[in-house]
Write a protein that binds this ligand. Structure first.
Ligand code: FAD
Length: 312
């Protein structure tokens, strides 16, 4: 069977199937696994472009995270952060946030390491049968945002198509700002409310643990929407917004990454955290709960279990 998408949901699903002895192949359109847990290297140093961190309260996910902690892939980062609002700034505490010293992508790469993942492989059609790009398979999992899954699904797969189309997604831009030296008081990260450009700003040097002078800002969906055709056009306004918010000098280098489908807008109600229908089409990802890394992992893992039970 085939899993399309080598984000954390697709790999959790494929891992479960492989563990149950079901032959599975993962196809990923990107050069490397990771999806929205993406890290990009700047002068050799990775910065996280997608998820800023992850939290853990599911006992099964906690076991996976503990293995990453023991092997040095993940570390507890902080439970304290700032909130900027029109009325000022305040400190808050919340659940422990986890980060990855070499970037969140390294965690997905770890899950992929034991699985047959084909990268640079864009899947373009899933038809009744099911067939993936014309090839008959026992079942297909589309582990990606609903709109991306909907592009692939033949209208003859109406149940899966309806489930994918029911998802509503919002865009975001990630703005990576590099400085010659750290020029801010340590703040770990900040949520920014009621701002026309920013939704959050993260200290990438702090979360990585190397104290590199790098910030990553995420924009509001509205701001991102107006720059989707040409995201680089957002660099000036993104940089200026962070400079003004934190009282910083101008950044030396600015890079903008576009997430057309960053976060699901609403969670479809359901008793299971995935979609699986009689056509043997599965959908998994963070739209089946709070839009979080843990939700995506859990969705993929649970769908893998359900498929393993059905196919074995
Ligand atoms: C800006 C931003 C900030 C975030 N912040 C946080 C946070 O702080 N904490 C948190 O827990 N979560 C956060 N998230 C959410 C988190 O990143 C996701 O929940 C999680 O990574 C989703 O994983 P996934 O496997 O479901 O989907 P994805 O990671 O999107 O994986 C889908 C994969 O499918 C591939 N694909 C798509 N179409 C095809 C095709 N046709 N053929 C082949 N491959 C295809 C894609 O290339 C991709 O690799 C954030 C996300 C974004 C974008």
């Amino acid at each position: 069977m085939v899993v399309v998408g080598a984000g954390i949901a697709g790999l959790a699903c494929a891992g479960e199937l492989a563990a149950a002895g079901i032959p599975v192949g993962v196809r990923e359109r990107g050069r490397v696994p990771g999806g929205r847990m993406a890290s990009r290297r700047f002068d050799g140093r990775p910065a996280d472009l997608g998820a800023a961190y992850f939290t853990v309260d599911d006992p099964d996910f906690a076991e996976v995270v503990d293995r990453w902690r023991r092997t040095g892939l993940a570390r507890q980062w902080t439970d304290a952060f700032q909130v900027y609002e029109s009325t000022g700034r305040r400190a808050e505490t919340g659940p422990m946030r986890w980060s990855a010293p070499t970037g969140l992508r390294s965690l997905v790469t770890d899950l992929a390491s034991q699985l047959p993942v084909t990268t640079d492989r864009l899947v373009s059609m899933v038809e009744p049968g099911p067939r993936v790009d014309g090839e008959p398979v026992e079942a297909v999992v589309l582990a990606m945002p609903g709109p991306q899954a909907a592009w692939l699904l033949d209208p003859g797969l109406g149940t899966a198509l309806a489930a994918a189309q029911a998802q509503r997604w919002q865009p975001a831009l990630a703005v990576v700002l590099r400085y010659t030296e750290r020029c801010w008081d340590d703040f770990a990260g900040a949520f920014v409310n009621d701002h026309p450009v920013l939704s959050s700003v993260w200290d990438d040097g702090d979360r990585r643990g190397d104290r590199a002078p790098v910030l990553v800002a995420h924009t509001t969906a509205e701001f991102a929407q107006s720059h989707l055709p040409q995201p680089t056009s957002a660099a000036g306004a993104g940089e200026a917004a962070v400079r003004e918010l934190l009282g910083l000098p101008k950044a030396e280098h600015v890079f903008v990454h576009r997430w057309t489908y960053a976060r699901p807008e609403r969670t479809p109600a359901g008793t299971v955290p995935y979609h699986l229908d009689d056509d043997n089409i599965g959908l998994a990802g963070d739209a089946f709960g709070k839009p979080r890394v843990q939700t995506a992992w859990r969705s993929g893992r649970d769908l893998g279990r359900a498929l393993a039970a059905r196919l074995s």
